[in-house]
Design a protein around this ligand. Sequence first.
Ligand code: LHQ
Length: 264
Amino acid sequence: MAEASVVVEARAGYRVVTLNRPDRLNAFNEAMHGELRRAVEEADADEACRALILTGAGRGFCAGQDLSDRVFEEGKAPDLSSTLERLYNPLVRRIRSLRMPVIGAVNGVAAGAGANVALACDIVLAARSAKFVQAFARIGLVPDSGGTWLLPRLVGRARARGLALLAEPLTAERAEEWGLIWKAVDDAALMDEAHRLAAHFATQPTVGLALTKQALDAAETNDLDAQLDLERDLQGEAGRTPDYAEGVRAFFAKRPPAFTGRRG
Ligand code: LHQ
């Protein structure tokens, strides 16, 4: 049997999803897309799962689309729109809307769609030796998987254009300095730090965090008025969770809260 291209490990309260095509720096092919989609859906369906770590096996995080899947036939243009519509766009939408925090643990180079899938995660940690490369320009393509939307919002117009048009690697430390990611950490400490955060999230008010993700995403396009309305509605929802009641009780009892992460 062929080796799985995505490996899932269940821990107490969270899961670790590892892209597993190390000899191709975990570049995406159809099989890996399918397995990743299944891993994310299964995590979502498991009520006990309250955080997800996405990382890569070997020395890379993900080198984007597997270009050996794209060998050109004479006179035939590939339909990249359909690849995005079927595979990458649903993946990015799913990560963004997942009901739990997603921690990207970028263990090595993240290139092309691999970089932008990493940046779609809620908290992005990167090993100090990792690099982010908007490699698309090197092969005549446009940054995809949300890159053209996210980059200017994260690092501003000038840096977004530099990254996208020059396709030069950006170090993890510079990525942190620019606000592209949450934190660069020593290589040896990366997974410990990712596990520490996931274990923390596994004890947190998961529904409130999901609503917070939703509010922050909507804020990218809403005006203040619409955002205030949305905050009103989402706060109403958060206020009806048992975790809110528990948080307030624990506050007055001067003890740590015991959140369940459940809706009711
Ligand atoms: C690879 C790949 C790879 C296959 C390394 N494919 N083998 C969406 C919709 C539809 C179609 C098109 O695309 C997209 C989105 C995209 O993602 S487009 C962008 C695709 N990705 C790239 O252009 C990145 C290509 N890779 C690289 O530029 C370099 O490999 C990076 C900068 C990632 C790493 O460089 P190095 O550390 O020097 O490693 P390497 O180049 O030696 O790669 C190691 C091996 O992995 C090597 O195989 P080999 O048999 O020679 O050891 C590469 O061929 C293979 N590999 N990326 N995307």
